[in-house]
Design a protein around this ligand. Sequence first.
Ligand code: SF4
Length: 630
Amino acid sequence: MTERYWGYTGRILRVDLTSGAISTEPLDLELAHKFVGGRGLGAKLLFDNLSPGTDPMSPENVLVFITGPLVGLPFFGAKHVVLTKSPLTGGFLDSYCGGHFASELKFAGFDGIIITGQAPEPCYLWVHNGKAELREAGDIWGKGCMQAEDMLKAAVKDERARVAVIGPAAENLVKFTHISTDYYHSCGRGGAGAVMGAKRLKAVVVRGAHSIRYADAGALCKFVCEEIEQRVLSDPNIANVVKYGKPLTMDYTNELGFCPTRNFQEGYFEAYTEIDGPAMRRKVVESDRGCFACNLPCGKFSRVKDGAFAGVCLVGPEYETNCLLGSNCGISYMEAIVQSNYLCDDLGLDVISAGNVIAFAMECYERGILTREDVGGLDLRFGNYRAVHEMIRMIAHRRGIGNLLAEGVKAAAQAIGHNCSDFAIQGKGLEFPGYDPRGVTGMALQYAVSDRGACHRRASPIRLERGMKRFTHEGRAQKFKELSDERIPMHCASMCDTVGGRYAKLTQKDFAFLFSAATGLDFSAEDIADLCDRVATLCLCFNLREGAPFTRQDNLSFWPRRMLEEPVPAGPAKGQVVSIPQLSIMLDEYYQLRGWDVKTGIPTRKTMARLRLEEEARQLAQVINVPEGD
Ligand code: SF4
């Protein structure tokens, strides 16, 4: 390491699983200045290392594990980001995971890892104190995430090693599989686990004692101790966030009528107070849990006290779990949701997609499209939690109808036919998270323009619903862009957006200070604004280069018919649908704000030149007509 790397370790690990070759490359500081880390730098590494047109499940797909320059500091939490070409959308995927893996990867001596190829036999990657080796994983292959993590720690003889591991579902190439860390955290969305399974890479294990130096550690500490402390103390909601965690959102989505219920047939779950934050606290929560260096421990350690699932424990469930595996499956039995969550965690399924896929199958069953025989003899009606548990197992092991559902709701609906794509709730192949866009206009815009499919993490437009006139497009595109540009620096920093947004309320000016003080590179607030446009544009370029459906026309046409033609039947959002005329106006405004062509949604040459994305523009021009711009 040289003196000039502050905030970074300065090293990227490269692993070719096919040949077994492992090498180390210096971090390019020019790239670091342009893309910072996390989502930005990871997207650039993915764009540059992936051959256009690569099949996501082929050995040629690329997996990038990446951190950011603030990771390792004793505040702000820390996330690692996994980037790849998604097997669900065929486009860009960045998936974030809390816990301790990100900081440990840097302590092990690396800012990130680029993984290509396919191992001849199951293996795991052991990264420790600046070194790395591939080890045989035949005895661990097939094991659930929990047991596998224990076995890997024993294999490296270090209880404090950090593990990113896949479960049997990913080994079986289920398309919506996660990568688990610290038992209960995961890179959940988009199917990064399946890409790892296709590579026969069971796990990445990291451990180290490398120290990270910061350009101005004193200024960073002063900022946190004085400025951030003040912001936290003035926030009236912090105590509730810590007490109840993210399941608090259940009250909000029901009070405003956009809580997915029984496969998005309704927007209000009559029994939501059985599965919201206070109910969880009362019924199953034992203690609070935080990620690395986070003093806003929103994670809840829960244990079922009695009944059929007594003893089942985990960190969670989160709001999305209570929603997609609870209300969306018609289930209000909190302890049964804990069991569903545990099964998904251990077998390796993304809870959001799993809940959607199962709710879709339930609706098919209730409509008579799938018979009892089709679903393995289960009585797959909404509310039957035992059937949900069995369906999770069937999907993970690709048994019976589970083999079809394992492809994701979009592919499953196309295979089943009977017009059931009308109620297969997904955007560009990614199943919807826990917000019905018929009740939140800004969320409809987010699902339309998000570069990883129907995603809830690009911004948080639900926050607008209490402060603005509802069910209108007015002001939504501007606000969405602002919220999105709050998130992008956090995602590049690889920090938790709950901490950075809700807790620290970080602005672009703050990020200019933080990145400068951490790295010694010079960032202004204008640089951060450019970073936001650059990263959003780069991710879209990736999708367009890969031929994934992310043009303006695609953003208007992907919607399942239910969202467009079935009004929410009751509750505070009664009568609402996703309005294409409204969405069209929001797209116009959003594209203008981003400097993308309004007619096509394609970034213009002028914008890409301004953002110094010349190589991306050149590659894009080979597959699509790139507008000049004014
Ligand atoms: S706020 Fe929650 S998710 Fe974020 S770092 Fe802290 S514990 Fe982890």
